[in-house]
Design a protein. Structure first.
Length: 122
């Protein structure tokens, strides 16, 4: 899919709206489980390489790492900001999912915040 031939700010606005629509559609269709959104975004944007993902999606990060095709193809470095969902911290679910792809993990303390970031490397 090609971006419309408009100014950079209009392209960015279009991209943000398109990404939001894609995520909302996936949430509606799957009852809140979003597992193939990353592959779909990479296809839409015709990305050949993804080096890094900063993942801070307020508890939704635990559902993001089930996209086998995406993580086997791109193998990006990832920094996750875990959250508590129904009293359960999302760190274990994220790291368990990423272990399938051979990722290693390191905790990064956040001054003033009780949960450390999780750096993930393939």
């Amino acid at each position: 899919m090609r971006l419309p031939a408009y100014s950079a700010s209009l392209k960015l606005s279009w991209l943000i709206d398109s990404l939001a629509d894609l995520v909302l559609s996936a949430l509606r269709l799957t009852g809140g489980i979003v597992q193939s959104v990353l592959s779909r975004l990479a296809d839409i944007l015709e990305l050949e390489k993804i080096d890094f993902i900063k993942c801070d999606i307020e508890g939704g990060e635990a559902t993001l790492f089930g996209d086998d095709a995406f993580f086997r193809k791109f193998r990006p470095k990832i920094v996750i900001e875990p959250h508590a969902v129904n009293g359960v911290i999302t760190t274990d679910k994220c790291t368990e999912a990423l272990l399938r792809y051979g990722y290693r993990f390191e905790s990064i303390p956040q001054p003033g915040i009780y949960l450390p970031l999780v750096a993930c490397s393939p």
